[in-house]
Each structure stands twice: as C-alpha cells, then as structure tokens.
Design a binder for this molecule. Sequence first.
Ligand SMILES: *Cc1c(COP(=O)(O)O)cnc(C)c1O
Length: 412
Amino acid sequence: MTETTTALGRSSVAELAERAAALDAANPLGHCRERFLLPEGKTYLDGNSLGALPAAVPDAMRDAVHRQWGEGLIGSWFGEQSRWWELPHRLGDKVGALIGAAPGQTVVGDSTSVQIFNTLVAAARLREGRGVLLTDAGHFPTDAYLADSVGDLLGLRVERVKPQELADAIARHAEDVAVVAFPAVDFATGERWDIPGLTKAAHDVGAVVVWDLCHAAGAFPVELDAWDVDFAVGCTYKYLSGGPGAPAFVYASSRHHGQMRQPLTGWTGHADPFAMRGSYTPADGIGRARIGTPTILSMLALEAALGAFDGVDLDTLRAQSLSLTGFFIECCDALLARHGFGLITPREPERRGGQVTLRHPDAATLVPAAAARGVVGDKREPDLLRYGFNALYNTHADALRAARTLAELIEA
Ligand SMILES: *Cc1c(COP(=O)(O)O)cnc(C)c1O
C-alpha cells in the first residue's frame, strides 16, 4: 500500500516536473525574471505581501541618495534631472497605466490606510443625505476599521455584507446607499470579485464605489475607466514590488475632480501650495488628492520597480498568472489533497487573482517549516496557508516545489 502510493506519488511528481519545465520554457514573460534579484535557492511565493526586489532598485536608490539628495539638495525638488515635486503624478500615471486609468486621475502618496480614509470620506460627501455605507464582511482589517471610523464621523450606518450578498443589500437600501467599498480580491481566500458588475449594481441606485486594488494592481488587468469606477486605492508593495512601506495610490475618476472634498486637506493638495495662503483651496484635478510632502526615497524605489512592467502586456501577464496558479492547484490535488489540505481559492480561473489559499489544521507550523526549506509563503489565522504568484518572476517549478515541500513535511 505504502509502496504503491509512493510509486504513484513519484511518477506523478516526475510527470508534473516535466510539465513544469515545458511550461516554463514556453513562458512569454520568462525574460522578466531577470528583472528581479531573487535569493539563490529560494522559492518566493509571498509577493502578495511584499514583492521581491526589482533589479533596478539598488542603483536607483544610490542615485537618489548620492546624486539627487547629496548633490542636488533642495534643488532636486524642481531640478530637471529629478523633479521630485511631480513624482506623485509621474508615478500615478505609471500605476494608472496598469489599472486602466487615463493620465491625470491617479496620484501616489501616503499609506493605503490614509488613502482609504481620505477617499471613503470624499466618496460619502458626494452623496450627502444618504445613510448607508456598504462594505465587505471579509474586508482586510484596516479597510473594515476605517469604514467604521468614517461611518462614525459622518453618521453613516456601516453594513458589512459579502460580495455575493451585495445585490440584495443594494436592493434593500436602494437610494439610501451612499458608498460601496469592496476589495478586488479577498486577501484571505484569494477570491476575485466582479468589479464591473458590482460597480454597475451600485451605480444603479446612484451610489459611489471605492475599490481596494491592493491584490489587483500588477496582478491582472483592471480597467477603471472602462468599468466606470469612481474611486480606487491600493498599495504598491505587493504585486507592484515597490518595496516595504512603498506609498499607496489613489484613483479618482476625472468626473469627480470638481466636487470631491477630502478631509485631509494638506498643503501639497492646495491650488497654489507655494503661495502659502492661510486657507485651503483645492488644486484642480487629481492634485487635490495629494496631502503632505511626498516620501521621495520610497517613490524613487517604486519608480525603478515599475520598470519591471516595461513592455509587459497585461493580458499575457494574466494568462501566465493563471497558468501558475492553475498548475499549483493541480500539484496540490496530486500531492496534498490526500494529506488533509483543502483548497479555499475558487478553481474557476476567472474567480481568482494571483494567490492560492489552502487550508490545513497544521498551517501554523507548516508555513514556517516550508520557509525554512526555502519555500516562502504566509499563514493567516486560523488555518490558512497563502501562496502568492507573481507572473513576472515565479515559475511553474516554484509551484511544484511548494507543493512537494508541503507534502514532504506532512509525510515526515
Ligand atoms: C495590504 C492591504 C492593505 C494594507 O494597508 P496599509 O495601510 O498599506 O498597511 C489594505 N487593504 C488591503 C485590502 C490590503 O490587501
């Protein structure tokens, strides 16, 4: 019995290894892996928490520190070779190109949490008089806490519903819904939600949507303009690989620029910041979403990091990402299912992002044990194992190695 199982296991591993090699050899984005500095011997599947280091970043950081800061000093804010002041817009347009936003609607700065707060309030203020903020029952904690806080501040009732129940909630509250705030992908389960469909449902009752794209930007194509999205926020340190603490981005459709009023009225969002006036007049356009002095060093790291997407077609990226997650699911079926691992992420390709979540009662010990063997993922309470695939640098061999390592740990 044991022998048969082992023999079966072996032959299927050999077959999977062959398939992985063939798929990796045919990868149209194979050249992109060199755009990252990946530690020797490690299979890194935690880019959905912190993207790997893009190869262009160390030199960009040296330039930022020695030339731009050290030599250029204060002159670098407006100097031709650095133009720090414009960086939030320059980066915003680069990120915008990856999320289907025409230039002038996306700006980079501050943290995701800050931008969620600022944007939720701005969105709710566009629908004054309405009483309900609908948000995801399984939303990332910071989004949930901030929705409650905004509800408190503005006197909105916050109702937490699953995306599957959103249509019912919208029908129930109808014209009383001010804001609908959901993530593009569930951070725990890896399930991907229907941005255009849910946006349309919200618009049908005149509500404004705020999408959290933390697990979407850089992971698959998003078409904010074409999908008629009102607002979106997201971080740049996951699939965009901007580095630890890299600043967030915020998108506001140009149709809202005239009316939108954020609560955090910092001086860099002023129409004429250097006039140093005593009262706030918001800048025209997306500039009003700026708050305070930009975190230039982090932004320069992000600018270099985004170069990893140069020439990358996002549909190709998505196809490759689905090939990776699909193959990983196959490896898990073949090697892990009989050891009590459950698949949490939907099998249907269109219903997942770039991450696959497994469930196992020993998740808390398996994840660090796999990491000690070079396979880095992460765990989420109580029993989830998350493995994130970045199509720019992960391979099918990585997927197989991860499943094999977990199988070996369980068998040991
Ligand atoms: C990663 C993530 C965040 C992180 O917020 P920070 O302010 O950058 O810590 C927020 N929301 C979602 C959905 C995330 O996945």
